[in-house]
Design a protein around this ligand. Structure first.
Ligand code: AMP
Ligand code: GLY
Length: 421
C-alpha cells in the first residue's frame, strides 16, 4: 500500500517505521530526520488541510494516517472524505471528543460512560457554585486544546480559584480557556487504553501506562508524557473486559447514535480506582504519544489492513497480533522542558544506542543542520526497547539512553518501576 502519515513526532515515526517494516511505501508530511530514514518526507505542515489533501490526491495514496489531533479538529478527515481518500482519524465532529472538554463530559453524561462528576463554567460565579458542590479536591480544565497546559490538579479551593481565574479572566490560554470544566479529583492508577474502531466494531490494543509528570516519583508539572510501558499491570484482563463493555463500546454506540462518523482510534485516558473500576479522565481522538512507540514496536502482524479497515468501515475480525514481550519507552527531553525547552543543541550517540538489539530510537523533536542533528522541541527522542519482562525492557532502554547525549538533556529514571512485580 501507499500510505501518507500526517505529522512529525515520535508517534508518527513509530507508525511509519512499523508500516515500512511490512513493505509499504510510506510518505510523511512534514516528518522529521528520523522519519526520513523510513519514509519519503514532504514539506507540508500537519495543520495545512488543503496542502495535505492535495498531497494525498496527487500522490494517489491508498490511506492517510493522521498523527496529531489538530488537523482532525480542523476537519482533515472530512476534507479527505470529500475527495474519496480513506482516512484513519475521525471527522471534525468526532474529534470534539478531544477538542472540547465540555463536549466530551456532556457526551459521557448522555451515554452513561463512567467519569468524574463535573461542572462546565463560563464565569467565576459558576466556578464558585461548582466548588460549593464538589468540595476542595478538584481538577480545573480549560475547555479547548491547550497543548497539555490546560489541566490543573488542585488540592484546595484557593488553588482551584486561582487556576480558573488564570483561564477565564486573565485568558492565559486564549480562546481555549473561554470555558472551563471543574471536576471531582479522582484517585487511583492511570492507564491508557487505545482501541481501533470503524465506527461500529472495535479492536482493543494492549494496555499502556504513561508517566505524565516531568520528574521521577511523579513530581513536577505535567508534560505530554515522559515514558510508557506496555503491557502494564495496572490493567488486568478483568479490568480490560470492563473497559471494553463499560467504556469503549458505549462510546462507539453513542457516537453512532448521534450521527458522528468516527473511524480511527479511540484513546481512553483512564483512572482505575482501588476496587478496579475504570473511570474516563479524557478521550483522545488519535494515537497517544509516547504510547504509540511501544505499541507499534510490539505490533507483530501488518498494521496496514487494520488501519485501512478502520478508515473504510471494515475492521478485520479478531484482534491484531502483539508480541508478548514488554516494551519500555523513555522520553529524552530538552533542557527547560516543559516550560521553555531550548532548541539547537547537538545530539550525539544515537547510532551507538541503536546498535543494541531490541532498541529503536524514535525521533520526536529533532532537526538536521548540515551534518549535525540538533534538538528542535521539548520531547526530543523516544528511546524504546523490548525485553522479556519489564525489568529487561527498562534495563535495555536505559542502557541505550545512557549512550545518547546533548547539553541539558534530562529524562525520568523510573519509567516502568511501578510495573515491577
Ligand atoms: P487530561 O488532559 O484530562 O487527561 O488530564 C491530564 C492529566 O491530569 C491526567 O492524565 C491526570 O493525571 C490528571 N487528571 C485529569 N483529570 C483528573 C481527575 N478528575 N482526577 C485526578 N487527576 C486528573
Ligand atoms: N501520552 C499522552 C498523550 O498522547 O496525550
Amino acid at each position: 500500500m501507499k500510505i501518507l502519515v500526517v505529522g512529525g513526532g515520535g508517534r508518527e515515526h513509530a507508525v511509519a517505521w512499523a508500516l515500512r517494516r511490512h513493505g509499504h511505501a510510506v510518505l510523511c508530511a512534514p516528518g522529521n530526520p528520523g522519519i526520513g530514514r523510513v519514509a519519503e518526507r514532504l514539506p507540508v505542515a500537519a495543520e495545512d488541510i488543503d496542502g495535505q489533501v492535495q498531497l494525498a490526491v496527487e500522490k494517489k495514496v491508498d490511506l492517510v494516517v493522521v498523527g496529531p489531533e489538530a488537523p482532525l479538529v480542523l476537519g482533515l478527515a472530512d476534507a479527505l472524505a470529500d475527495r474519496g481518500v480513506p482516512c484513519f482519524g475521525p471527522t471534525r465532529k468526532g474529534a470534539q471528543l478531544e477538542g472540547s472538554k465540555s463536549f466530551s463530559k456532556e457526551f459521557f453524561a448522555r451515554h452513561g460512560i463512567p467519569s468524574a462528576e463535573f461542572f462546565s463554567c463560563r464565569s467565576m460565579d459558576e466556578v464558585e457554585r461548582a466548588l460549593a458542590h464538589l468540595g476542595d479536591s478538584v481538577v480545573v480544565k480549560a475547555d479547548g486544546l491547550a497543548a497539555g497546559k490546560g489541566v490543573v490538579v488542585c488540592s484546595s479551593a484557593r488553588e482551584a480559584r486561582a487556576a480558573a481565574r488564570r483561564m477565564l479572566v486573565e485568558r492565559e490560554l486564549g480562546a481555549a480557556g473561554e470555558r472551563v470544566v471543574v471536576e471531582q479529583r479522582l484517585m487511583g492508577r492511570e492507564a491508557s487504553i487505545l482501541a481501533l474502531t470503524d465506527g461500529e466494531r472495535i479492536a482493543v490494543l494492549p494496555p499502556a501506562e504513561d508517566h505524565k509528570a516531568v520528574f521521577d516519583g511523579d513530581l513536577g508539572p505535567n508534560t505530554g508524557g515522559m515514558g510508557v510501558v506496555s503491557p502494564t499491570n495496572a490493567v488486568s484482563a478483568a479490568i480490560l473486559d470492563r473497559v471494553r463493555a463499560e467504556v469503549l463500546l458505549p462510546t462507539v454506540r453513542g457516537l453512532a447514535s448521534e450521527g458522528i462518523v468516527y473511524r480511527g482510534v479511540l484513546y481512553a485516558g483512564l483512572m482505575i480506582t482501588s476496587d478496579g473500576t475504570p473511570l474516563v479522565l479524557e478521550y483522545n481522538c488519535r494515537l497517544g504519544d509516547p504510547e504509540a512507540e511501544p505499541l507499534f514496536m510490539r505490533w507483530e502482524d501488518d498494521p496496514a489492513p487494520w488501519l485501512l479497515g478502520a478508515a473504510t468501515g471494515n475492521l478485520p475480525g479478531g484482534e491484531p497480533c502483539f508480541s508478548p514481550r514488554t516494551a519500555a519507552c523513555v522520553i529524552m527531553a530538552a533542557e527547560g522542558y516543559p516550560a521553555s525547552p531550548r532548541s539547537g543543541d547537538e545530539i550525539e550517540g544515537i547510532r551507538e544506542a541503536e546498535s543494541l538489539s531490541d532498541v529503536v530510537v524514535f525521533h520526536s523533536g529533532t532537526r538536521q543542520m548540515g551534518d549535525r542533528l540538533v534538538t528542535a522541541g521539548g520531547r526530543v527522542l523516544a528511546v524504546t526497547a523490548l525485553g522479556d519482562d519489564v525489568d529487561a525492557a527498562r534495563a535495555r532502554a536505559y542502557e541505550a539512553a545512557a549512550m545518547i547525549r546533548w547539553r541539558g538533556v534530562h529524562y525520568r529514571r523510573d519509567i516502568g518501576l511501578r510495573d515491577r512485580r
